[in-house]
Design a protein around this ligand. Structure first.
Ligand code: ADP
Ligand code: MG
Length: 472
């Protein structure tokens, strides 16, 4: 029988640990000695004294190289090669399972450490299904600031990283021009021989798409709202800043071209291009992230100290902050420091928005259009949830029905208003109200005359909060 003998194993490859060590040292050297630019293959070759082909083998971690080769690489970055940094390559006759490949390149950039992470099992399950099971090309994680988008994106990526050859996490926090951002991304692929960086944005996008076709990549771009326009009037909400218009083109190509990779965006607002492409069964999807559940919030609180509270008080606290972990983290410190862990005492003070929470809410409200501002102010004054028809008739002099529809949709997409169904009056009616943090912020601003009250309102209206009634 012509049975093939397993090939003799040759050389060694880096372990995950070894790869991470080398990769981290390379990134540090790039930031300190190369103006934050990725090394090209030629530069790496000069630094290590190894030829580009060998270097590619080292970084791809699939084909064995001489142990001495790894030593040269490590020494070039002032590292010592230890036994746990390398291992034998997989045997020649083993059938590679594409679903369980070890990633070749993971680049976390400034992603937070999420080793203490609670809950989100359902969210992680759905997102994994979309990206791995359904092979979505573009997934947007949408939610208010502090709700946990960044952390969830990192946790998800660590859970599914083995399914990808490249995992790249980047923040768009300071709105980098798309050309620079693409250049940085393309440098991650510079272990490829002869990478030539195209001059034009279009050229860079198509080169990146080529890599998306060739490799299975997971690219996460955090804080995508920073590339969208602020303070918009006429419902240009979700449009791109002029210098970042190419981002729209980039998202379009990622969403519409056939490739084997996935781009995940996290954002407080939904980009217009995504609205045009998304669909529940399409390769472009949007996930609205809600707050944490009670037991997850309690777990976070437990890491801070001892808290005493009844279940009702826990629920009140969580509802007040819509399960927002950032806000709840801030509040937990205040409750510890000022109220010795008594949630009831804190609730009694009736102060919802303060400190960093104030700035978080302000950032969101600063981005509203004039029409959105009118609606949120009206909802703050009204206090209680209202139906669309009631809202429509109450503010018909200020806002047209078409503007109202568009504004409600965009406010809801940004988690600034919430929908509930009326159970008392009419079971089918959907009611709209401001999320509690937004409502409290606006009520205070209105009461302190910090925003003008240009809305006609009857003093007799039952639902107007006392603080505002005197003002009217
Ligand atoms: N699942 C979680 N478990 C524990 N803490 C969390 C979790 N999600 C978020 N947090 C906490 O909430 C904060 C805000 O989360 P983050 O992901 O930065 O929000 P966003 O990106 O939506 O603004 C984090 O710094 C972290 O302290
Ligand atoms: Mg974030």
């Amino acid at each position: 029988m012509n049975q093939q003998q397993p090939k003799r194993k040759r050389g060694v490859i880096l372990t995950d640990q070894g790869f991470q060590k080398l990769h981290t040292a390379k990134c540090q050297a790039e930031s300190q000695e190369n103006s934050d630019q990725r090394y090209t293959l030629e530069q790496l070759s000069l630094r290590t004294g190894l030829d580009p082909d060998t270097l590619m083998k080292v970084f791809r971690c699939q084909v064995g190289v001489d142990q001495r080769t790894l030593n040269y690489c490590f020494q070039a970055f002032k590292l010592r090669l230890e036994q746990s940094d390398y291992q034998l390559p997989p045997t020649g006759n083993s059938i590679p399972n594409p679903e369980s490949q070890i990633p070749n390149c993971i680049d976390w950039d400034d992603a937070p450490d999420v080793s203490i992470f609670y809950g989100r099992r359902a969210e992680l399950g759905t997102l994994e299904q979309w990206i791995i099971g359904d092979r979505c090309r573009l997934v947007t994680l949408l939610g208010m600031g502090g709700i946990g988008k960044t952390w969830l994106s990192v946790k998800l990526a660590t859970q599914i990283q083995e399914q990808f050859e490249f995992v790249i996490w980047r923040s768009l926090g300071n709105a980098p021009p798309v050309k620079d951002m693409l250049a940085h991304l393309l440098q991650v692929f510079s272990i490829e021989p002869s990478i030539h960086l195209p001059e034009t944005v279009e050229g860079r996008i198509s080169l990146l798409i080529n890599y998306f076709k060739k490799y299975r990549c997971l690219l996460i771009l955090d804080n995508a709202e920073t590339i969208l326009k602020e303070d918009l009037s006429n419902f240009a909400h979700g449009c791109y800043c002029s210098e970042s218009e190419f981002y729209s083109q980039f998202f379009k190509q990622v969403g519409e071209t056939s490739h084997q990779s996935c781009l995940m965006l996290t954002s407080r607002e939904k980009p217009n291009q995504i609205k045009r492409m998304e669909g529940k069964k399409l390769p472009v999807r949007v996930f609205h992230l809600q707050g944490l559940q009670a037991n997850e919030v309690q777990a976070i609180f437990n890491t801070k100290g001892y808290f005493c509270s009844s279940n009702i008080e826990w629920n009140q606290l969580i509802e007040r902050y819509a399960g927002n972990p950032l806000a709840l983290n801030i509040v937990s410190t205040t409750i510890q420091e000022l109220f010795d862990g008594s949630i009831a005492e804190f609730l009694k003070q009736d102060v919802v928005v303060f400190g960093e929470i104030y700035h978080l809410v302000k950032q969101h409200l600063n981005r509203l259009s004039e029409v959105e501002k009118k609606i949120t102010h009206w909802l703050a004054i009204n206090y209680q949830p209202v139906s669309f028809s009631e809202l429509r008739s109450q503010i018909s002099t200020l806002v047209s029905p078409q503007q109202l529809l568009e504004a409600l949709e965009s406010l809801q997409e940004r988690s600034l208003i919430k929908k509930t169904s009326s159970q008392l009056i009419n079971k089918n009616a959907t009611l709209f109200s401001l999320s509690p943090m937004i409502r409290e912020y606006l009520t205070e601003q209105l009461a302190a005359n910090k925003i003008s009250l240009n809305i006609q309102f009857s003093k007799q209206h039952q639902t107007i909060p006392q603080v505002l009634r005197e003002k009217l």
